[in-house]
Ligand binder design. Structure first.
Ligand SMILES: NC(=O)C1=CN([C@@H]2O[C@H](COP(=O)(O)OP(=O)(O)OC[C@H]3O[C@@H](n4cnc5c(N)ncnc54)[C@H](OP(=O)(O)O)[C@@H]3O)[C@@H](O)[C@H]2O)C=CC1
Ligand SMILES: CC(C)(CO)C(=O)C(=O)O
Length: 308
């Protein structure tokens, strides 16, 4: 029998990858709140994608309803976790695994505290997607990669089995025995991209074209790497170089999802992305003026947003 998937967060990431799984014929249900349920019942789950659009009619479930699932694909924002986690235990059995797709690293501490540590795999994704006003998932550039694996670096039967479920999906899904390293690499990349696009309030193009923009980005990467190297995590020598090359290869219009959220006046994951690194910097007494400036900009934004 096939695995039963529960996608938690029918937004830009969960809606996309969950939708692709459903499109491939897998058993996928979406945990939603009442407003999103109403919207999805009216419009269907619509993927407007450069990789092929689709309109799907997914099974929906709300907190407290009956049902258990084998795999939870967790794709809310970090600041929504405290609210959503208590709703999940009722949907899980002893062998259910959770695959988090959030950006960042700090959520692993939260999830490990909340579930049995063995329940939580490592996961990450590269995709540029956003929710439109109608609630459609708009996927704008060709990447749609999801990677997951055991955080202890083993290739387990459960990871292999979940990987097989993704085989027919219209997305690049891979299992990895280096998922922890991959998550830290992505954390460096996304912190850099989210920081510069929110601070300069523009896409990558103008930042890269200006000497000062490039210098700022270079310094920021250096600061983040210095902080990361003070941890016991698998931070390889080529991290900074690869992040820089990735930044130089991006298309001119690329913006981090954090910048898109900021433009829409939505909450941002500042505490989760930049704030978590600043906590590590404080703990290890690393000076981080560039990251601090980025974080301050985001906190001022949050303040202005709260004041209406
Ligand atoms: N967008 C992107 O391009 C990328 C984003 N990421 C990361 O992925 C994560 C998710 O981001 P993204 O998909 O963009 O965020 P979205 O805001 O688009 O989606 C989050 C979804 O979670 C739902 N949700 C929140 N709380 C609950 C709850 N209690 N019960 C059910 N559903 C809930 C929201 O539904 P509701 O309508 O009810 O609020 C919303 O649909 C973030 O960590 C982000 O940084 C990673 C790579 C790329
Ligand atoms: C940079 C990108 C699009 C890669 O997935 C991302 O993670 C984000 O903007 O949140």
């Amino acid at each position: 029998m096939g695995l039963k998937f529960l996608v938690v967060g029918a937004g830009a990431v969960g809606g996309y990858f969950g939708g692709r799984l459903l499109e491939a014929g897998e058993d996928v249900t979406f945990l939603v709140r009442p407003n999103r349920r109403k919207q999805l019942e009216q419009t269907g789950l619509v993927l407007q994608s450069v990789k092929g659009s689709a309109k799907l009619d997914p099974p929906l479930i709300e907190k407290g309803e009956a049902g258990t699932f084998d795999v939870v694909l967790l794709s809310t924002k970090a600041y929504q976790l405290d609210n959503v986690l208590p709703d999940l235990k009722g949907f899980m059995h002893d062998d259910t695994v959770v695959i988090p797709l959030l950006n960042g690293i700090g959520h692993l501490d939260t999830l490990d505290r909340y579930f049995n540590k063995d329940t939580v795999l490592g996961g990450l994704c590269f995709i540029e997607s956003t929710l439109t006003e109608e609630g459609h998932i708009l996927h704008t550039s060709s990447g749609h990669r999801l990677t997951f694996g055991e955080r202890n670096g083993e290739m387990s039967g459960r990871v292999t089995r979940i990987g097989e479920s993704f085989e027919k999906t219209n997305a690049d899904v891979e299992t990895s025995i280096h998922i922890s390293e991959g998550m830290w690499r992505k954390y460096l990349f996304i912190t850099t991209l989210a920081s510069i696009t929110t601070l300069f309030n523009c896409p990558v193009g103008p930042i890269r074209e200006s000497e000062e923009g490039r210098a700022f980005t270079y310094q920021l990467i250096d600061e983040i790497i210095t902080v990361m190297r003070h941890t016991d995590e698998p931070i390889k020598d080529d991290f900074a170089d690869k992040a820089w090359r990735q930044f130089m290869k991006l298309s001119e219009e690329t913006k981090a999802s954090m910048q898109k959220d900021l433009e829409k006046g939505l909450p941002v994951e500042a505490d989760h992305i930049q704030g978590y690194l600043l906590q590590l910097a404080e703990k290890h007494e690393v000076s981080t003026p560039y990251l601090q400036a980025v974080y301050t900009n985001l906190k001022v934004y949050e303040r202005m947003k709260d004041d209406g």
